[in-house]
Design a protein around this ligand. Structure first.
Ligand SMILES: Cc1cc2nc3c(=O)[nH]c(=O)nc-3n(C[C@H](O)[C@H](O)[C@H](O)COP(=O)(O)OP(=O)(O)OC[C@H]3O[C@@H](n4cnc5c(N)ncnc54)[C@H](O)[C@@H]3O)c2cc1C
Length: 303
């Protein structure tokens, strides 16, 4: 939505995946404690595939997510966990277990946190006068990856800062001028044809081509496909179409930023260039449909 209003997006290629997610028999987060108490992961051949890593299932989120993604199937074995300790270690898992499930306990990494987002200064100001932002919707604070547990602090610090300057700078007066554009003339509330298929398609493209495993080719294909989906919605004159277009543009921003970065860095790992490259130390920024890479040493900024 803010992209549509001309806000600059930064670091959109950096997306963190979270490995500790149970998919079957229920969709819940697993507490990592159980892996310190003897639980482990196996693949469809019964092999403990994290054995070769120093920290095994307690490796960094990136390493574990990637290793899991490479397996056909990932199953959780928590037979070592028992009784009241189990209940304390992972209460949601314990509750599911109590219901008595006989089948597999299957896990999969999931998209977790976007390090990219709206560019702000250290007080939450964006390039759009009167628009302030804080929290996960912003980008640039965590660099190419994020340490777990910092988001609450982030929200408190930058929520306070953005609120403070917004009041000081009387943002409501200026924001009234920018926010109506784009939606005020839309009165058509009818659903658009093929909406759920379109969202399904976007999800598939993102998971298969902009997910944990990416290649230069898959990213370029994804950016083109998402751009096309968005363009096809351009002539639709309904609120629903606008909302879907915003979602698609957000996905496109991740894809196009990732396609532009010809190296692996932090959470952005491409199969065909596995190393960091010095010349890619810097930021990808998106303004409308332009993408600009700025080296860290440069002072050049987008409008
Ligand atoms: C499973 C999971 C576990 C996590 N665990 C931790 C943890 O242990 N520690 C940690 O620090 N972080 C954790 N995180 C990350 C952290 O939860 C998020 O980064 C943080 O909640 C983001 O807060 P936020 O206020 O910026 O955004 P959100 O919490 O996403 O709030 C945005 C709000 O805006 C609303 N909204 C969206 N669009 C509109 C609109 N158009 N109009 C009006 N309202 C709108 C949404 O409904 C939502 O309520 C976790 C994340 C996940 C997914």
């Amino acid at each position: 939505m803010v992209w549509r209003h001309g806000a600059i997006l930064v670091d959109m290629e950096f997306v963190q995946f979270y490995p500790y997610r149970l998919q079957q028999p229920g969709n819940i987060d697993i507490m990592t404690k159980i892996f310190a108490k003897g639980a482990f992961l196996v693949n469809d051949r019964g092999e403990r595939f994290m054995e070769k890593y120093p920290k095994k299932e307690l490796e960094t989120r990136d390493k574990l997510s990637y290793a899991m993604f490479k397996e056909n199937k990932v199953l959780l074995d928590f037979s070592a966990e028992t009784g009241s300790i189990f209940q304390l270690d992972s209460p949601y898992l314990y509750r599911l277990y109590q219901k008595g499930h006989e089948g597999e306990w299957a896990m999969s990494p999931v998209q977790h946190y976007c390090m990219g987002g709206i560019q702000t200064d250290e007080w939450g100001r964006t390039n759009v006068p009167g628009l302030y932002a804080c929290g996960e919707v912003t980008g640039g604070l965590h660099g190419a990856n994020r340490l777990g547990g910092g988001s609450l602090t982030e929200s408190l610090v930058f929520g306070h800062r953005a609120g403070k300057v917004a009041v000081q700078e009387k943002s409501m007066e200026s924001i009234a001028g920018i926010m109506p554009s784009g939606t005020e003339e839309l009165v058509d509330n009818s659903p658009i044809i093929g909406e759920s298929e379109m969202i399904k398609k976007v999800k598939e493209v993102m998971w298969q081509k902009v997910g944990i495993e990416r290649t230069s080719l898959s990213l370029k294909e994804a950016a083109d496909e998402l751009n096309l989906i968005s363009l096809n919605l351009e002539n639709e004159n309904s609120i629903q179409a606008l909302q879907i277009r915003d979602k698609v543009r957000s996905a496109w921003a991740s894809a196009i930023s990732a396609a532009a970065r010809k190296e692996s860095r932090g959470a952005h790992k491409i199969e065909d260039v596995k190393k960091e490259k010095k010349e890619w130390q810097g930021k990808n920024r998106i303004h409308k449909t332009s993408l600009l890479f700025t080296p860290l040493s440069s002072k050049v900024e987008m409008p």
